[in-house]
Ligand binder design. Structure first.
Ligand SMILES: [Fe+2]
Ligand SMILES: [Fe+2]
Length: 203
C-alpha cells in the first residue's frame, strides 16, 4: 500500500507493530527460559502473556479502521531479537552477567516499542480515530510500565555481578577492588542481591 494518506500510514505503522509484537512474544519465551534469577524469569513470563494480549488489541484496532494488517516483517525487531540472542550465544555470560544482558536487551525492545506506539498514536489522533488512540495507548502504557520494571530489576543484578567480579578479578583488586568487595560484604549488599536478584550468581 503506498504511504500517501494518513490512513495508509496508520495501517503501515500498526502492521509493523504487529510483526514486532509477534517476534517479541517468541523472544520473551526464550528470555524466560534463559534467565537465572526469578524476578527476571517472572517478568519475561508476565510480559509474554501481556504481549499476546497486545497482539489481540492490535487486531482489534485494525477492525476499528476496517483494514487488514499488511504482510510486513519488522526488520528492526528482527535485528533487536538477533542481537540479543547472539550476545548470549557468542559471549556466553553466566549468572548475574547473563541476566544483566537479558534485562538490557529487553529494555532496548521496550524503548523501541514505546517509540513505535507513540508515532502510531500521533497518526491515529490526527485521523480522529479516538478508539484506535485508546487501544494503542493501552499498549503504550504496558510497555512503559515494563521498561520501568526492567530498570528496577537491574540494581540487584549489578550488585550480584560486583560480588562475582571481585572473586574473579583478585590480582587487580588490591587497590579499588578489594575495598569495594569489603564494603559490599560489610553491608551484605552483594549477598542479599545475589539472593533476591540472581539465584545462581555465584555459579
Ligand atoms: Fe509489546
Ligand atoms: Fe513490550
Amino acid at each position: 500500500m503506498p504511504l500517501d494518506s494518513l490512513e495508509s500510514t496508520l495501517v503501515h505503522e500498526m502492521s509493523d507493530l504487529l510483526s514486532a509484537e509477534t517476534q517479541f512474544a517468541r523472544a520473551l519465551q526464550q528470555v524466560a527460559k534463559a534467565a537465572d534469577s526469578e524476578p527476571v524469569k517472572q517478568m519475561a513470563q508476565e510480559h509474554h502473556a501481556e504481549t499476546l494480549q497486545q497482539i489481540e488489541t492490535l487486531k482489534q484496532a485494525f477492525s476499528v479502521v476496517g483494514q487488514k494488517p499488511e504482510r510486513v516483517t519488522c526488520k528492526a525487531a528482527q535485528g533487536l531479537v538477533e542481537e540479543n540472542s547472539s550476545t548470549l550465544k557468542e559471549e556466553k555470560p553466566k549468572g548475574a552477567f547473563k541476566d544483566i544482558a537479558l534485562v538490557g536487551g529487553c529494555l532496548r525492545v521496550e524503548h523501541y516499542e514505546i517509540a513505535g506506539y507513540t508515532a502510531a498514536i500521533a497518526v491515529a489522533r490526527a485521523l480522529g480515530q479516538r478508539e484506535v488512540v485508546q487501544l494503542l495507548t493501552q499498549i503504550l502504557k504496558q510497555e512503559q510500565a515494563t521498561a520501568k520494571k526492567l530498570e528496577a530489576a537491574a540494581p540487584p543484578l549489578l550488585q550480584a555481578a560486583k560480588g562475582n567480579e571481585s572473586i574473579s578479578a583478585q590480582p587487580a583488586s588490591k587497590s579499588g577492588g578489594a575495598k569495594k568487595s569489603g564494603a559490599a560484604a560489610k553491608t551484605g549488599g552483594a549477598k542479599s542481591a545475589a539472593k533476591g536478584g540472581a539465584k545462581k550468581a555465584t555459579k
